[in-house]
Design a protein around this ligand. Structure first.
Ligand code: NAI
Ligand code: PYL
Ligand code: MG
Length: 259
């Protein structure tokens, strides 16, 4: 998994506010509104315990603090444990946490201890970015370009297919592309022979993954991928509506899915 850096998480409150404005322009609802509507759940200020985890590459600077800011932004009552790992988990439960948030290098989970529901960040992120893009108020068709079909991208693409969108998919890994074409019935996108889209979904760990020829004027690019899939110049040239944020939208999706 491509890991976040402390730099990605700088000014998380500002990044969240900007993402909220973009989601409102794209869908007419804010992030919370899309999550509530999609999952059919509402939050009542549940208590969340955030447990830092030291295994593998260890603690990421700003990670727990960002989760604290994000969960408070969405109206939850959260705290970061003083101790990491198993001791932190014990501390979170003893201090009344209803939901646990914790991540190692492979899995970022939300576990609701009251109802037993558990969520994984990768599918929750793919699904909510796809859901946001699928609601684009100015979309000119139900055609979607999806770039990156991995652990975040695949569930996002499956979600578009489930909602009746025609997905044109691309991944640099030819075998993965063929597998996805076969399992989800999508159409392979040929970057050598591109066409324009008003809805684009991207989930890769690379920059500049979307060919200019695929951009239509005022298209939406909904992308959890870090770094950004498109340069600022192209964004401005085509008036792209960019939905991109490093942690909060996916975390909101996880939390609303376990309420
Ligand atoms: P993954 O490694 O499972 O999938 C990435 C896919 O992108 C791979 O299949 C790879 O072949 C493909 N790819 C790489 N370069 C490409 C290119 N130039 N053109 C087309 N395809 C290309 O990774 P995963 O877990 O799906 O994560 C994707 C990105 O999403 C990462 O940058 C990760 O950090 C980010 N992420 C962001 C979150 C958020 O809340 N914003 C949450 C979770 C992940
Ligand atoms: C959840 C993110 C989104 C992108 N990549 C994923 C990532 O960076 N995962 C690793 C999270 C590790 C957290 C670390 C800590 O500070 O507790 N163990
Ligand atoms: Mg990217």
């Amino acid at each position: 998994m491509a890991l976040l850096t402390p730099e990605d998480l700088k000014n998380i409150n500002r990044q969240l506010q900007e993402a909220d404005s973009a989601v409102r322009r794209v869908t007419g609802l804010d992030i919370k509104g899309v999550c509530k509507d999609f999952y059919g759940t509402t939050s009542c200020g549940e208590k969340i315990g955030i447990v830092p985890v030291t295994s593998g590459n260890g603690i990421i600077g700003n990670f727990s603090a960002s989760l604290h800011a994000i969960t408070e932004y969405f109206g939850f009552d959260s705290f970061v444990t003083n101790m990491p790992d198993v001791s932190g988990y014990y501390e979170a439960v003893r201090n009344g946490a209803q939901i646990i948030l914790m991540a190692d290098d492979n899995t970022f989970l939300a576990h609701n201890l009251k109802n037993g529901k558990i969520a994984n960040n990768q599918p929750c992120t793919g699904i909510i970015y796809a859901e946001i893009a699928s609601r684009y108020l100015k979309a000119d068709s139900k055609d979607v370009l999806a770039v990156g079909l991995g652990k975040v991208g695949f569930p996002g693409v499956a979600h578009f297919v489930h909602k009746g969108f025609r997905v044109y998919g691309y991944d640099a890994d030819r075998a993965l592309l063929e597998k996805t074409v076969f399992s989800l019935g999508i159409t392979p996108f040929d970057p050598e022979n591109p066409r324009k889209f008003s809805i684009i979904f991207e989930a890769t760990p690379c920059a500049d993954t979307i060919p200019e020829a695929a951009l239509s004027e005022n298209c939406v690019i909904s992308t959890p991928g870090i770094p950004c899939a498109i340069s600022r110049e192209l964004q401005e040239k085509y008036g792209v509506e960019l939905v991109m944020e490093p942690l909060g939208i996916g975390t909101a999706s996880m939390l609303y899915s376990v309420l």
